[in-house]
Write a protein that binds this ligand. Sequence first.
Ligand code: NAP
Length: 265
Amino acid sequence: MDNKTFFRDKVIVITGASSGIGRDAALAFSQFGSKTVLVSRKEEKLNYVKDEIQSKGGEALVIKADISSFDDTLKIARDTILKWGRVDILIACAGKYVQDITGELDIQSYQDSMALNFFGTLNVIKSLLPGMKQQGRGHIVIINSLDAKKGIIGDAPYVSAKAALDGFGDVLRQEMKPFNINVTSVYPGRVDTPMIENLEVPVISRKISPGKVVNAIIKGIKRNRATVTVPSLFSFVGILNYLMPRFMDWSYKVFKLEGKPVSKS
Ligand SMILES: NC(=O)c1ccc[n+]([C@@H]2O[C@H](COP(=O)([O-])OP(=O)(O)OC[C@H]3O[C@@H](n4cnc5c(N)ncnc54)[C@H](OP(=O)(O)O)[C@@H]3O)[C@@H](O)[C@H]2O)c1
């Protein structure tokens, strides 16, 4: 089935729609005739995305919400149901790259990362699940990271939250099956978005375009994949790290996969 037939009239909630992968996803789905719900904290940026969607004949609803607050996420469920009566697909994309390069276990950085990357994603899912259960169908896409499969030096707060999300997604997929709600976890490598604009990375983990991740999301939904890794070449990372963690530590070190701050010259 082509994308327009598959996604036409689907109500798709996208968190993190003001920037990067979420923004590109909103633009792509609206071109297929989906009704997109754009969620993030910065209303002005969301309105730019909405204008772009509407200028191409698409439909969008803007909801300003901080997903680290459960009360805010209840607003997402309420306003979407009021406008379109249902939620067919959730793309849980909002997230933040939080490092602790001090190596001193800066607890605050872990709390910040968990509050958004883990609990924020949970909040959104919890607020939308009752509606999906009631209608007897739905699809939840969790935008995770390859970092959940192999930790990178300096990234422990981000890696920890994404690894927690990895476990959560794995259980949620099994628990939601009887309710006819599909769950897909997506694991991108490095992506060229504002999130890591200050990070220079080696060629082996060069940044892919957000559009490439969006294409992987689209295929993942249509084929109801449990997991999607993009680029797909990196699908082996988790298995190799399980079987040969010290070899993977060595490779990440040799290839300098942690990257370095963009040099300002
Ligand atoms: N870029 C990469 O290399 C990469 C790699 C693997 C996975 N990912 C994952 O992909 C997802 C999207 O990241 P991106 O690269 O597209 O980053 P991005 O361009 O920085 O976008 C992040 C989005 O999250 C939103 N957001 C941040 N905090 C929020 C909050 N408290 N409540 C609601 N929305 C919030 C931001 O909007 P506001 O500022 O308007 O709130 C923005 O729309 C993230 O989950 C990230 O972990 C990214």
